[in-house]
Design a protein around this ligand. Structure first.
Ligand code: DLL
Length: 432
């Protein structure tokens, strides 16, 4: 089943012409409505009329997380605030969140993209879908919710945090589809197995994303729950879930190129790489009204396949993600920057800047441990002082990044001190 055959299967020539038309309009709009972009374009002597089609994309300036930060919160809005109907956000490198604003039309397009993704995974209006992504500022919950409603499916807005209830409702309400992170679904599978309940579920389809996962994890999910699992990609700045999703053939994630113009660049030289080569994914939002972005550097490393897929779709496919070109970690689906952790640690008196983050995956759950050197005196004081410091550090980290870390306080000069650039992270998960 294809949700919007006219768009998803259009010829590459038709697509290029549609993208060109949309790009020209977009550049004109941001130039006239967004001072930040106007200044950036003026600084390199670029006029909107210089952009005549997609081949001119390379003339445009990039947008980075630093730009979002500088323009926080509304500096990149291309529509008056009275036309903005929603704000979503995810964590940024320091205290500030990456904020995205949406007009009513943006929400409509977003829910169409998610409906396309769900349709690609085989979900129909006859399905009962549990949305197990977080609702709130995170785009996963509301994004999947609106898409599933647009499709006409019955939506159960579970959000995160209560596996017992999720399982009870999954069985009682005869849930046939679920949208959640892949690691959480494996955790649900384990709980179902432990309670001998796998035979009682009616689940057929899972749409998993928000974090890197492997084909192996997909196969495990499929075998243990007797379902089919699909990958969905997206990011807050661009829209949320539904920028791309994989089909039955699992040959990459089809990116909705009528709305998002993808490029792959070398993150060092910033030059486009050759066809099919790996590099950093850069996306231009062709139709966004609230916060359109020109050449946004996603920092996600991958490559693009443009040939027509066996499913009939012509939209390019994002290949397996090979990591990131920055130091962002995705832990339990939440974006965590080491600098956020550092900032939190240093806000607590008695700590030092020497810390080390270890991330691993144990029994399909991400573990997140932060070891930090604290002042000597805490080790000679009574144990209560050390415990109270540990609680303060744990709570500062939780507040800063939104997830809990296991905190280990260690004596000065215990952690490795390198001469050059100190390494603060060991990600032991084998996800690429
Ligand atoms: O994670 C949006 C989303 C919600 C996607 C639900 C899919 C499902 P952010 O919190 O802004 O948005 O995080 C975006 O997460 O740049 C990737 O590094 C990573 N990511 C998202 N989906 C995938 C995926 C949401 N399918 C960042 N595979 C992105 C690998 C993913 N990484």
């Amino acid at each position: 089943m294809i949700w919007n055959e006219a768009k998803e299967c259009m010829s590459r020539d038709e697509l290029k012409s549609l993208q060109s038309k949309r790009l020209v309009k977009l550049v004109d709009r941001v130039y006239h409505n967004v001072e930040y972009y106007r200044k950036k374009m003026q600084a390199i002597g670029l006029e909107p009329s210089d952009i005549k089609g997609v081949e001119d994309i390379v003339k445009l300036p990039f947008t980075t997380y630093e730009d979002l930060n500088a323009a926080y919160p509304y500096g990149l809005c291309a529509a008056p605030l009275s036309q903005i109907v929603r704000v979503q956000a995810s964590s940024g490198t320091t205290g500030k969140s990456k904020v995205a604003t949406y007009t009513r039309r943006d929400i409509e397009i977003w829910s169409e993209c998610v409906a396309r993704a769900l349709t690609m995974a085989g979900v129909t209006r006859d399905d009962i879908i549990q949305v197990g992504y977080g609702y709130g500022l995170f785009t996963g919950g509301l994004g999947a919710h609106y898409g599933a409603e647009n499709l006409g499916a019955m939506v159960i807005p579970m959000s995160t945090g209560n596996t017992k209830k999720l399982i009870t409702m999954m069985i009682d309400c005869q849930v046939t589809a679920i949208a959640c992170t892949p690691s959480y679904l494996l955790h649900v599978a384990e709980a179902l197995e432990e309670q001998g309940l796998v035979d009682q579920i009616k689940l057929k389809i899972a749409i998993c994303g928000a974090e890197p996962w492997t084909d192996n994890m997909r196969k495990q999910i499929e075998e243990r729950l007797h379902i089919k699992a699909y990958d969905i990609y997206g990011l807050t700045e661009i829209m949320g879930p539904g920028v791309a999703c994989d089909c039955d053939h699992h040959k990459g994630l089809h990116i909705y190129e009528d709305h998002f113009l993808p490029e792959i660049i070398d993150p060092e030289t910033l030059k486009p790489v050759g066809d099919g080569e790996s590099g950093e994914l850069v996306i231009t939002t062709l139709t966004k009204e609230g916060m359109p972005l020109l050449r946004y550097r996603t920092r996600d490393l991958t490559s693009l396949e443009t040939g027509t897929c066996e499913c009939g779709r012509t939209m390019a496919r994002i290949q397996r993600f090979k990591g990131r070109s920055d130091d962002m970690l995705v832990i339990r689906g939440v974006n965590v920057f080491p600098s956020q952790v550092e900032h939190a640690l240093l806000s607590v008196a008695g700590t030092t800047p020497n810390y080390f983050i270890t991330v691993d995956r144990v029994d399909n759950n991400d573990t997140f441990e932060v070891a930090i050197e604290v002042e000597e005196r805490f080790f000679s004081d009574e144990i209560r002082a050390l415990e109270s410091l540990r609680d303060k550090v744990a709570s500062a980290i939780h507040q800063a990044v939104g997830i809990k870390a296991k905190v280990k306080l260690v004596e000065p000069n215990t952690l490795e001190h390198s001469q050059g650039k100190t390494k603060h992270v060991n990600d032991k998960r084998k996800l690429v």
